[in-house]
Ligand binder design. Sequence first.
Ligand code: ADP
Ligand code: MG
Length: 474
Amino acid sequence: MAAAWQDVVRDAAAVREAAAVAVDAALLAGVLMRTGEQPHASDVVNYAPFTLLPSAVPQGLFEEAYAVQQDFNLLVDAVSQNKEFLEQTLASTIKVDDFTARLFRIYKQVLEEGLAQTVFLGINRSDYMFDCGLDGTAALRQIEINTIAASFGGLTSRTADVHRLVLKVLGKTEEASRLLPNNPAKGLALGIAKAWELYGSQKAVVMFLVEEVQRNIFDQRCVENELWNRNIRVVRKRFRDVFEQGSLDASRRLHVDGQEVAVVYYREGYVPQVYDQQNWEARLLLERSRAVKCPDIATQLAGTKKVQQELSRPGTLEKLLPGRPEAVARIRATFAGLYSLDEGEEGDRMAATAIADPDRFVLKPQREGGGNNLYGEELKEVLEKIKDSPERTSYILMDKIRPQPALNYLLRAHSPLQVSECISELGIFGVYVRQGQELVLNKAAGHLLRTKAIEHADGGVAAGVAVLDTPYLV
Ligand code: ADP
Ligand code: MG
């Protein structure tokens, strides 16, 4: 991709001036995070890290990503309802991956009891990189789809204004006017509000299930405030609060601290470390309840890396989305090479291929939240160690995507202003609501561009590696 700002990127004085404006604009716009030193209070806050300049994104690929989002919503929803597929797909994984196994056990348990939940709400974010071919053309390649706690829809609703101002300060008024409006916070709230309405109890609340340490609270507040604007009451609770204050009544309505809960929106619960015995019990209580879980446990499982890999097998999409060949084609066009490491000939062959040529691949465990993948020498070492053990099956293998880097400045509190070679990852938010078998809402709800320096192979904004960005379509 042609770097759009070649002329200004090396102009130190202009960059310094623009960066000062940018930081104040971010603070004014509410692009905020709590600090590492004071993560439990909002007395002292800072700006969330972001790029000085918007990054170039090919318009055709941007449009392709939007155009396939409703298809991905349908697909995730279909997987979440397909017990046989989930069972078969995760059979090898749950033998060796304790976390997936525990989630799966809850999934089975609530199915056996019979679901009390009748309204389903999915909020996901499909993430992509732009793979640069040998001839220089870029292709849209899905990295993963996040079906639980997909974040930064709130803060990113405010970054385009910041970048618009920066471009004006740099004398690029015309380009500034081309930055797209973007408001995922509103789109996510629309889905939550619809689910709340269909649940059908005016006095019931929406419960944000939040982390113990809430540095990214402002991102969540953006969505909360949209709900308050619609006169929907929002409460914030942790697993621990649910354990202490939660109960089900005879019809499995969920009450927490005396309030009936219509919708549980998880911003927590996707890493094993948060679950002690009490939190597992709280999770089970939530899943057994009639409340709309976003996501329900089946949809969380639909977002595992193992499911992603199985979806790429020839014929699988066709089975999951019968009668929708166009949706299948749009989805498949975004897939990178994905490979099973299950025991057997296919897995043996792929393990050997990756050991011989580690730079071609990324090795991924069944984890979310960044920082878990293995690359290069490390990939090789780990695979050599586990290639003859069942542990191998807790991973999948993926072709490494190679985007064209571009120069930018990553603005972070207390960090020097320096130019970096960067790559970007585009996320599209999807929202859907299903009542029984009827899909009543299916939308793309906005986008998120995250950018990081090329020396980091892995990691998102929360992990301190990537920063918020705005696409500049070229
Ligand atoms: P997580 O669930 O931890 O977010 P991801 O699959 O999104 O896992 O991977 C984390 C990061 O690793 C991504 O944001 C991206 O920067 C990098 N990454 C993942 N898959 C690939 C790939 N196939 N090629 C290049 N980089 C990748
Ligand atoms: Mg990711």
